[in-house]
Design a protein around this ligand. Sequence first.
Ligand SMILES: Cc1cc2nc3c(=O)[nH]c(=O)nc-3n(C[C@H](O)[C@H](O)[C@H](O)COP(=O)(O)OP(=O)(O)OC[C@H]3O[C@@H](n4cnc5c(N)ncnc54)[C@H](O)[C@@H]3O)c2cc1C
Length: 244
Amino acid sequence: MAGTAVRGRLSWQVAAVAAVRDETPSVRTIALSLPDWPGHRAGQHLDVRVTAEDGYSAERSYSIASADGEPVAITVERLDDGEVSPYLTQELREGDQLEVRGPIGNWFTWDPADGGPLLLIAGGSGVVPLRAILRHRYRSASKVPTRLLYSSRSLAEVIYREELDHYQGSAEVRYTLTRSHPPGWGGFTGRVDDAMLARVAWPASQRPLTFICGPTLFVEAVAELLIARDYLASRVKTERFGGA
Ligand SMILES: Cc1cc2nc3c(=O)[nH]c(=O)nc-3n(C[C@H](O)[C@H](O)[C@H](O)COP(=O)(O)OP(=O)(O)OC[C@H]3O[C@@H](n4cnc5c(N)ncnc54)[C@H](O)[C@@H]3O)c2cc1C
């Protein structure tokens, strides 16, 4: 039985694009219709395979943007020199088909029973699995104390801004803008550093459960800062998207 379950999870299935939604000028959410989807947990990812007419195919991983129990959606940031993300964000249309396998990953996941306090730290599109966690927390009416620190280049590049602002109050949502910020901006500016973490991170004595996601170097830098603040390595979970 276990073998069947693993095979089922890891085999490719055809997904139809149910809807597309532009989140920012370079980021698109793609809702997928997956009749054989076994269900997923907040924080997991899937693999996408796209195949060109000449038979050339490429695979990439994408975090699942939706909460447990919701239809599967992914949110893709376009890298202009990329192979797959320009296709997914610019050419793919409702009704088109993709191959998908998953859900994948059992470590970078959260459920209300896992407790907290939760510290979520995102760089750029690294907010995607953290959004799934926040949605799951909200939908399950969890009261686990939660803070999100989200680093973006500019306000226009903040993904899911309206939804994240809606969580403000039940969770603490803080932004830092690294390249430009509007006049009168009241949030943080610049890269995540120790002084910023001193203001946002829970004290280590509270044994926070931490999820960090984004470009590889961002994730490694933030994890190091938290370990230096005496965070327990076993409670600091990381997901690296690649790139610089
Ligand atoms: C577990 C996991 C989950 C992921 N989830 C998401 C997600 O939710 N949303 C999302 O948009 N992406 C996500 N990614 C990244 C995604 O898999 C692709 O790497 C990304 O879409 C680029 O693919 P590409 O074919 O367009 O670029 P490629 O042709 O692979 O790369 C083009 C250039 O961009 C650089 N590059 C590759 N990846 C990145 C990156 N992440 N940041 C900056 N530069 C990069 C490469 O070094 C190269 O120079 C995830 C990656 C992993 C491993």
